[in-house]
Design a protein around this ligand. Structure first.
Ligand SMILES: [Zn+2]
Length: 108
């Protein structure tokens, strides 16, 4: 079992780096519409807990995808470097979008 099993949660998000040097933030969410998981192509039903993967790109900008929690934990997190848990309050959509407006060298 990984050190981050059970995360993200309501209190904690996860942040790691992709091979390309983009930040990947994993955030717990409840779906308000039907999503399709990019890993298994299965549906994520409305109202179910799942994981939003928000990328903050090295060159600026953001993009996000909705994953099954288990798919993200098994297929995405093992491919990320320097995975750390961060308070969920730091991973709001508005904060990450603001972060994406700065090149990676000028982020804290
Ligand atoms: Zn899936």
């Amino acid at each position: 079992m990984s050190a981050h099993a059970g995360l993200p949660s309501t209190r904690w998000s996860l942040r790691g780096l992709t091979d390309e040097g983009d930040e990947a933030w994993l955030i717990r969410s409840i779906g308000h519409k039907l999503y399709r998981c990019p890993a298994c192509h299965g549906e994520i039903e409305i109202g179910t807990e799942h994981t939003v993967v928000q990328y903050v790109l090295r060159l600026g900008g953001t993009e996000h995808h909705h994953w099954h929690r288990q798919c993200a934990e098994e297929l995405l997190v093992p491919d990320l470097r320097d995975v750390k848990r961060v308070p969920a309050s730091q991973s709001s959509q508005s904060k990450l979008e603001a972060r994406g407006r700065k090149p990676s060298g000028r982020r804290r």
